[in-house]
Write a protein that binds this ligand. Structure first.
Ligand code: GLC
Length: 537
């Protein structure tokens, strides 16, 4: 099999942000029972989407300073989301429909309300002191080094009781665990094992490169491209020492060993290459394949979240990534998630449909963020309704904007609150998104939801899409991105017109398999913003 493990056979991995999928108990926030109620939407009925794997963002016990990415007990479910019984029901129902379930593993930090941290901060001699990263102030009282929080400001918080600073790469309510301490690694491996035993199939691993820190905690070098007018303090330095040290692969190998005990398990890592103005190399991703165990651990490729709407940029980025990968290394291209503006907000509705075709045309495991299939757009959130702490600390002036607009509730029907809940929802559903509700799109044969369903079916049925090789198509038209997938002599071509004008196709002829457009222009031309898959003769 080319490019990928058994997971590449799956139609898509669908990310559920549980606060916003479906509210079953009418408190305005989504929950696990809500997911159970909607499993049939994902798979199991004639008009289901056809998704066969889900990743659920954190639902562990949490004070919700960062909406669940601040875990205060890895073994408990936050009452807001339900009970362990609800989780078990979810696993049972998912199993019944042959849907794999992945959880979110938040391993770099805990909540400051976690019992480990509470114990750690009691005294300098606490047995848990070394589970976190504590250091003395510099002689002038300032933080131990210049590391910056990803959410703005210094990454250190002074604790008056013990007169030391602790490190937090994110909020001060999210102290970093000390992964250099074997006891921490053992405790975290046990957490993973616990959930595997409960029946999960894998994990998305959060903010993973921060677990590899410089032993001596040396200062990060200054970023020569820093502009304080437009960037947050996080970008004032290059994160050379605060993360991404090769020791992180050793730690990940330990987790991969746990995962490998479970059949068909998969770990997918979240690690964004630094945005320091220089073009980065793909090694920031590729290292994860080569240094751990590519049969069980693969990285997300986030380039598609950052690329401008430009055929050549997409072609170059994907061609080089495919070129860099070895046969057994399964790519996971992400075009959206709970930390990035919606695809439709970046590229418009037509662009979002084209991305759908691209993402299912590519090798590897396709990724969807809930609501992508409806073409959901970012929702404008009035300042008084803002919930994301990043929106508070960094503000909208810099590139780290509030993430609320892409985390709004899923609109199921045209009913009040989009049928997501019967009471006021934690974030507004948004008028435009309401009109894109599931019920409406299920009725409309040309809706984005129907396009996704077709793509999922095609992917399930096509060995070429699942196992085929990738070959770029070199052609003259700068507005078109194109590539060929081939398996056992059979070929499909995927073509996307990034421009607002009709464009001549690359010299490829064949039968139309799928198009973003209802009426196509025949073999010779792609319509503005059309994406098409054809079967080559
Ligand atoms: C990851 C998550 C993000 C979270 C952060 C801290 O980047 O995707 O939502 O805020 O880690 O855990």
């Amino acid at each position: 099999m080319a490019k990928g493990s058994e997971w590449a056979q799956y139609s898509a991995l669908y990310q559920i942000y549980p606060r916003s999928f479906k509210d079953s108990d009418n408190d305005g926030v989504g929950d696990l029972k809500g997911i159970v109620d909607k499993i049939n939407y994902l798979k199991g009925e004639v008009d289901s989407l056809g998704v066969d794997a889900i990743w659920i963002s954190p639902f562990y016990k949490s004070p919700m300073a960062d909406f669940g990415y601040d875990v205060s007990d890895y073994y408990k479910i936050d009452p807001l989301f339900g009970t362990m019984g609800d989780f078990q029901q979810l696993i049972r129902k998912a199993r019944k429909h042959d849907i794999r379930v992945m959880l979110d593993f938040v391993l770099n930090h805990t909540s400051d309300q976690h019992k480990w941290f509470k114990e750690s901060r009691v005294s300098r001699d606490s047995p848990k002191r070394d589970w976190y990263i504590w250091r003395d102030p510099q002689p002038d009282g300032s933080p131990p080094n210049n590391w910056q929080s990803a959410f703005d400001g210094p990454a250190w918080e002074y604790d008056a009781a013990t007169e030391q600073y602790y490190l937090h790469t994110f909020l001060k309510e999210q102290p970093d665990l000390n992964w250099a301490n074997p006891e921490v690694r053992k405790a975290m491996a046990e957490v993973m094992q616990f959930w595997f035993e409960k029946g999960v199939d894998g994990f998305r691993i959060d903010a993973v490169h921060w677990i590899g820190k410089d032993k001596e905690l040396r200062d990060d070098p200054p970023n020569p491209n820093f502009n304080p007018e437009t960037m947050s303090s996080y970008d004032s330095v290059l994160h050379t020492h605060s993360g991404r040290q090769p020791v992180l692969f050793k730690y990940l190998k330990e987790l991969a060993t746990v995962a490998k005990k479970y059949k068909r398990s998969l770990l997918i890592t979240e690690s964004y290459p630094d945005r320091d103005g220089k073009p980065h190399t793909f090694s920031d991703y590729i290292d994860f394949y080569r240094n751990v165990d590519a049969s069980v651990l693969v990285p997300f490729n986030f380039e598609g979240i950052r690329l401008p709407w430009d055929a050549q940029a997409f072609q170059k980025s994907i061609d080089s990534y495919q070129e860099a990968l070895r046969d057994h290394e399964m790519p996971v291209y992400a075009f959206s998630n709970h930390d990035s503006p919606r695809i439709a907000a970046r590229y418009g509705q037509k662009g979002a449909r084209a991305i759908a075709v691209l993402s299912f045309g590519l090798p590897g495991l396709p990724m969807m963020y809930y609501g992508d299939e409806l073409g959901l757009d970012n929702v404008r959130i009035p300042p008084e309704d803002r919930r994301d702490p990043v929106g508070w600390t960094v503000g909208d002036k810099v590139h780290r904007q509030s993430r609320d607009p892409e985390r709004t509730p899923m609109p199921w029907t045209e009913a009040v609150y989009g049928g997501f809940s019967q009471v006021k929802t934690w974030l507004p559903v948004g008028k435009k998104n309401m009109r894109r509700n599931v019920a409406e799109q299920q009725r409309n044969p040309h809706s984005t939801l129907r396009l996704y369903r077709q793509l999922l079916t095609l992917r399930r049925e096509s060995d070429i899409l699942r196992y085929g090789t990738y070959q770029p198509v070199r052609q003259e038209n700068m507005n078109i991105m194109a590539f060929i997938r081939e398996y056992q002599g059979q070929k499909l071509a995927v073509m996307i017109n990034f421009s607002h004008i009709r464009s001549h196709l690359p010299p490829l002829t064949g039968e139309l398999v799928i198009s973003t457009h209802q009426k196509v222009d025949g073999a010779a031309r792609l319509k503005p913003m059309e994406a098409r898959i054809i079967s080559l003769e």
